[in-house]
Ligand binder design. Structure first.
Ligand SMILES: C[S@@+](CC[C@H](N)C(=O)[O-])C[C@H]1O[C@@H](n2cnc3c(N)ncnc32)[C@H](O)[C@@H]1O
Length: 289
């Protein structure tokens, strides 16, 4: 999530005069370029969703891959979610800046239009298509060396309660429990990630120290936290900031992978760049509430 840090996952491809962008941000991963139509296989319909997280109405056209005669011309209002029950990939085209963008959308996956760094609109992979909850970021794991350094920078000890907002497979709170004996709580909207977190905690032998909850983090209560870990998109950090200000006690340490917390520049106590196992660079921002 370099956007998915808002751009740790970003790469641009220019194909046939059309701009195709694939962002690995938090794995902000935009959609992928369209591929050649495949022989029809009978697949059950799944729901592909498109969420508009920008403040603008976006016009786009969409059709099943290989069936341009079924093209629909649509507009999506700010905050809306469009739903497409489909058994096949969809091809989407929209205009951003001075480019026409074309992506292939996987059947059953959630996507979000977001404003990319600057002002252009991009389409990114999301984590869910629920209308009753924000999509804070897609699932992209923090590499273990980055997890280790985040916990060091947060000065985690046995006395701490570490919360991970959007915990994925639970690696941050499990590492805090395993290395420091800290208690931890992981919150994720995806019940499959919570199942995986529970299994990982069992394997690590830390089930007595950690718990995982499947819920929308924006509705969670985390005032008992002494340390908060984040790997979410910048706009999600912005959305959570007032919740942190309401709920977290002064002195709570926060560490955020790749994205800063907008509006908390005065609370930032550290920023550094770390490398993962493959030599890719990651940012860590540390704050004290
Ligand atoms: C980039 S991953 C980070 C995973 C983990 N914190 C790490 O650093 O390895 C973001 C996670 O946020 C979760 N998420 C997205 N929207 C959410 C919401 N509204 N409430 C709770 N979790 C959410 C996703 O399911 C995903 O697992």
């Amino acid at each position: 999530m370099n956007r998915i840090t808002a751009k740790t996952l970003a790469a641009s491809l220019i194909i046939a005069g059309l701009a195709l962008v694939s962002l690995a941000h938090c794995s902000r991963e935009p959609a992928s370029p369209p591929s050649a139509p495949q022989a029809a296989a009978v697949e059950p319909a799944k729901e592909t969703t498109l969420r508009n997280v920008t403040g603008r109405t976006i016009a786009y056209k969409i059709f099943p891959v290989g069936s341009p005669m079924k093209t629909e011309h649509r507009e999506i209002a700010p905050g809306a979610i469009d739903r497409f029950p489909t058994a096949t990939s969809l091809e989407i085209e929209f205009h951003s800046g001075d480019r026409d963008i074309v992506y292939s959308l996987e059947a059953g996956s959630p996507y979000s239009f977001r404003v990319d760094e600057g002002t252009t609109i991009e389409l990114f992979l999301g984590s869910h298509g629920r209308a009753d909850a924000e999509d804070l970021a897609p699932w992209v794991p923090t590499p273990q060396p980055v997890v280790d350094r985040m916990l060091e920078l947060a000065r985690v000890t046995v006395a701490d309660v570490v919360y991970d907002i959007g915990c994925g497979d639970g690696r941050i709170v499990i590492t805090a429990a395993r290395k420091y004996g800290a208690r931890g709580v992981g919150i994720d909207i995806d019940p499959n990630m919570i199942d995986e977190s529970n299994k990982n905690a069992e394997t690590a032998g830390v089930t007595q120290l950690v718990r995982f909850e499947a819920m929308d983090a924006t509705k969670a209560e985390f005032s008992e936290a002494t340390v908060v870990a984040l790997y979410l998109l910048p706009e999600s950090n912005d959305l959570l900031r007032p919740i942190f200000e309401r709920q977290l006690r002064p002195g709570t340490r926060l560490v955020s992978h790749n994205y800063a917390i907008p509006g908390w520049e005065h609370k930032q106590v550290h920023h550094e760049t770390v490398q993962d196992e493959l030599g890719s660079e990651h940012q860590i921002y540390a704050y004290i509430r």
